[in-house]
Design a protein. Structure first.
Length: 166
């Protein structure tokens, strides 16, 4: 065999062999769902009443409410739940649910723009539009920046909650 033909044959064997090895490893792995798909699924579960995007949050997450109002600022998990989520939940007849949303992904950041509504304990409807910027580390959300109509949210927290009589 001439040296050129031998080298060409070896190059062909190596190319085909390397491609086969590469294809084998790719086909054996199931790709993880995109962060966008994970957020979309959590919002669908939230709408259906079977889950919540809060389940995506890491234990050491930071939640920032943008703006210049009473509740604007950065919260860790416990203060976020105690100062915002629990008081809001006490003032609604049923859980807040998203009605429509659009999701965008850019590397480790997923942005979800959505509308949500519920009925309040005073019988009024609460509707708000939100934009949440989720920053992922691995599979968990470690930071959220939230934009919303804060006056509407604050009105909910001003509703008097009747304390049960003992």
């Amino acid at each position: 065999m001439k040296p050129f033909h031998f080298l060409a044959a070896m190059a062909l064997i190596l190319t085909v062999g390397c491609n086969a090895v590469g294809q084998t490893s790719v086909h054996n792995e199931t790709p993880a769902p995109s962060k966008k798909a994970v957020v979309e699924a959590s919002f669908q579960q939230w709408q259906d009443g079977t889950g919540s995007p809060f389940e995506l949050l890491s234990e050491d997450m930071r939640w920032t409410i943008s703006g210049f109002n009473t509740y604007a600022g950065t919260y860790t998990r416990e203060p976020f739940e105690e100062e915002l989520i629990a008081p809001f939940s006490e003032r609604v007849e049923e859980p807040l649910r998203p009605t429509q949303w659009q999701v965008y992904e850019d590397d480790d950041v997923v942005i979800i723009h959505f509308d949500a509504e519920t009925t309040l304990i005073n019988g009024e409807q609460y509707r708000n539009s939100y934009a949440w910027f989720f920053t992922f580390e691995d599979e968990e959300v470690t930071e959220v920046t939230a934009f919303l109509d804060m006056p509407a949210f604050e009105e909910v927290l001003e509703i008097e909650v009747r304390q049960p009589m003992n």
